[in-house]
Design a protein around this ligand. Sequence first.
Ligand SMILES: NC(=O)c1ccc[n+]([C@@H]2O[C@H](COP(=O)([O-])OP(=O)(O)OC[C@H]3O[C@@H](n4cnc5c(N)ncnc54)[C@H](O)[C@@H]3O)[C@@H](O)[C@H]2O)c1
Length: 309
Amino acid sequence: MSKHIQNIAIIGAGLMGHGIALSFARANLNVTVMDPSQDALDTLHARIEGSMVSMGTGQEDIRSAIAQIAVNQDIGAAVKEADLVIEAGPEKLEIKRQIFAEVEAAVSDDCILASNTSVLPITKIMSQLSIKSRAIGTHWWNPPHLMPLVEVIRTQWSDETALSQVTDLLKDMGKKPVRVDKDIPGFVGNRLQHALWREAISLVENEVCSAEAVDTVVKASFGRRLAVLGPLENADLVGTDLTLDIHKTVLSDLDARGYPSPYLQFLVETGKLGMKTGEGFRTWEHGEPEKLLEHLVKHLKAQNTIEDI
Ligand SMILES: NC(=O)c1ccc[n+]([C@@H]2O[C@H](COP(=O)([O-])OP(=O)(O)OC[C@H]3O[C@@H](n4cnc5c(N)ncnc54)[C@H](O)[C@@H]3O)[C@@H](O)[C@H]2O)c1
C-alpha cells in the first residue's frame, strides 16, 4: 500500500470536518467533503472562511484554500478519486461502520481509510472492511486548524507504509502527528484529558470547591505550564523520588470510579447541558460563551507562535 496522497475526502462537514478540510486545503491538496445534510454543505465554504479570518489569513489565501474544496452529498462520488478518506461523522459506532462500508465499495484498493473518532477503537469501527490493512485512526483536536496534534493510531492490521505516509503528510502540513501503537479507547490524549475531568467533577460533587474554583486552579497553575512542560517532563523535573512520595499519599484518595459520575448524569437528565442550554457545571450568561471562545482562539494563535523545543 503505497500511494502519493493528493486527493482527500472528508466524510462529515461539521465542526471537525470543516477544520480538517481547511487544513488540507491550505496545504494545497484537493479536498472533497461529503455530508448527508445539504445545509452543512451549503454553509461549508462560509464556515471555512470565518475560521480562516479568525486565524488572521488574508483574503487571497482564503480564496485559494476554498477553491481546493469541493462538496458532494453522494458518498460514492465524493470518495471515488480519494487517496485518503477521513471520516468525521457522528460518534456512533453503527453510523461509522455504515459509512466505511459505503466508502470501501467506491474507493481504489490502495486508498487509506481513517476515522477521527474521539474514543471508539478503530478496530471496532473497521472490523468489517475487506482490506483491513488500510485502516488507521487520525484523531485531530478541536479546532483542527489551530491545534497541532493529530494522533495517528495503528490497528493490529494497519499497513506500516500507510501509517508513515499519513504521518509524513501531516508533518509536511505543519501538524504534530504522534503515533499511537495500541488501539485503545480514548487513545492517548482523551485518556489523559478525561482522567483530569473525572477528578474535577468529583471535587465539585464532593463539595470540596466550586466548579469555578476547579477551572481557576487549573488555568492559574499547571495549565499554564502544560504547553511547554509535559507531565512526564515535569515528573523528571521535580524528581521521580518526589513523584513516588506524592503518589504514595494521594493516589488512593483520587476518584477511581470506572463509570460516569452520578452528578454528571444528573446534569444531563435535568437538561443542564452546558453552554448550549445556559447551564452545566457553571451558568453561562448571554454572550459569555462567545467571549470565552474568542479568547481561546487568540490564545491558541499566540501559542502557535511560541517556538517549539
Ligand atoms: N468536537 C470535538 O471536539 C471533537 C474532537 C475530536 C474528534 N471528534 C470526533 O469527530 C467526529 C465529528 O465530530 P464533530 O464535532 O465534527 O461533530 P458534528 O456534529 O459537528 O459533525 C458531524 C457531521 O456528520 C454529519 N453526518 C450525520 N450523519 C452522517 C452520515 N451518515 N454520514 C456522513 N456524515 C454524517 C452531520 O450532518 C454533521 O455535519 C466525531 O466522531 C467526534 O467524536 C470531535
